[in-house]
Design a binder for this molecule. Structure first.
Ligand code: SF4
Length: 428
């Protein structure tokens, strides 16, 4: 399926009613973003200022990575800090000095706020300023919040990138900036496709290393590679940069639409665009078609998790033949997701936020063939006879652009295949 063979729906979801719910929610806090950000930014360290709960969360989310001397840790607030018996700022300065002495490879240090540090109103912004003065020019210290009060899951990446934008040097020359942390292999593919079209110079936020070469200014145009970067978008616009709105690069169609939006901005002609995209696009379409055999005609229900839900629903409905029953997302930025909403045919319930018990009731009533949800809900729903896909995998697995389109579809078809193998008589 391609842009040419699958026209946009007569009525998309851009103006569809939005079910807004606030209640108990089953989501990660923004600290989890550290797990993929520390791998991407190779000279950065993430120091969470929090409690043992935060340290446990990172340990369990990072899995075996914690044995590889990762570049993140937790400065645990003790009772004496919480009771105000010790000066938390002095304590923090001491811990940071010890850390930087032990790890001279660190060039960027993020002080990451948590629920406890926010509740006791520990001023990490001021701490970051003081520490930058102390450790400049070798280390820059920044601050953002990954707390569960302020952020949901992938919003931690948004908060991190947004904190970097004001510190970037001015750049007056024209450039394309790709914004969003992608696995290296995926980022390389995107850069290669754009270079083949003659588009450049290109920079990437976050950069692998903070060598000072990344800059921003009025001649910067930027394309988001992830949909959850609302604050980063605002911060970049504040620096004069201009956003290129586009559907997100999931599947053959999404990737083509994303590339087309960037190519149009740089005046790439149709023949060049077709020459560069034809072969990988055909490969992606073939790979998706294989997994789509299992998915076609099946229904899908998304619980909110990462803000990837709307582009993924667009991919599953348009390229894999599924029907979306409900698409839940923690936040819906219409200015970012407009092009994806235009392509998503009207029909599914669009839900922002969560009241988990009510959403579970809707899910049980709908009996979807596939439910995309977090680990906290997956096994209980499986026990009720519903096939589930763990949403977190969609954030950790390389899923963007042409070469990963088949793998992306495979992530959704695998639970249905497994179910069919284990329960030959089951409906999914
Ligand atoms: S930041 Fe808040 S939600 Fe996240 S682990 Fe720490 S206490 Fe829990």
């Amino acid at each position: 399926m391609s842009l040419d063979t699958c026209p946009p729906p007569a009525t998309g979801c851009r103006d569809a009613p939005l079910l807004k719910q606030r209640g108990q929610h089953e989501v990660f806090c923004g600290l989890t973003g550290i797990i993929w950000l520390h791998r991407k930014m190779q000279d950065a360290f993430f120091l969470v200022v929090g409690s043992r709960t935060c340290a446990h969360l990172l340990q369990s989310a990072a899995g075996v990575m914690i044995f590889a001397e990762p570049r993140f840790g937790t400065a645990i607030l003790e009772e004496t800090d919480l009771a105000g018996l010790k000066d938390a700022q002095d304590e923090l300065e001491r811990e940071v000095a010890r850390l930087l002495a032990r790890r001279p490879d660190i060039r960027q240090l993020f002080l990451v706020g948590s629920c406890p540090s926010e509740v006791i109103k520990l001023d990490l912004a001021r701490a970051a300023e003081r520490l930058t003065l102390k450790h400049t020019p070798h280390v820059r210290v920044l601050n953002y919040s990954g707390s569960g009060i302020e952020t949901t899951f992938t919003q931690g990446e948004d908060a991190c990138l947004a904190s970097m934008v004001p510190t970037l040097p001015d750049r007056t020359t024209r450039q394309l900036m790709l914004v969003g942390a992608l696995p290296d292999v995926v980022e390389d593919q995107a850069l290669d496709l754009l270079a083949q079209m003659g588009i450049g110079p290109i920079s990437v936020l976050p950069a692998k290393r903070s060598d000072g070469s990344l800059g921003v200014g009025a001649n910067t145009v930027f394309a988001l590679t992830q949909p959850f970067l609302g604050d980063t978008l605002t911060a970049l616009e504040r620096r004069g940069a201009r956003h290129i709105p586009a559907a997100f690069p999931f599947g053959a169609e999404g990737t083509t639409a994303w590339l087309r939006a960037v190519a149009d901005e740089f005046g790439v002609d149709d023949a060049t665009f077709a020459r560069v995209t034809a072969a990988p696009r055909a490969r992606a379409t073939r790979a998706v078609a294989q997994a789509a055999e299992t998915l076609a005609g099946k229904s899908v229900f998304f619980f909110p998790d990462s803000q990837l839900e709307i582009p993924l629903a667009r991919f599953l409905t348009r390229e894999c033949g599924m029907t979306a029953l409900e698409v839940g997302t923690p936040f819906l930025h219409k200015s970012i997701l407009g092009p994806d909403l235009d392509l998503l045919a009207e029909g599914p319930v669009l839900a922002e936020g969560q009241d988990v018990d009510r959403q579970l009731d809707r899910c049980r009533a709908a009996r979807p063939d596939l439910t995309v949800c977090g680990l906290g809900l997956a096994n209980p729903l499986e026990a009720e006879g519903l096939a589930t896909k763990w949403a977190i995998e969609l954030v950790f697995t390389p899923v963007h652009f042409y070469e990963q389109a088949g793998d992306l579809a495979g992530l959704f078809s695998r639970p249905l295949r497994r179910r069919a193998l284990l329960h030959p008589g089951a409906r999914a």
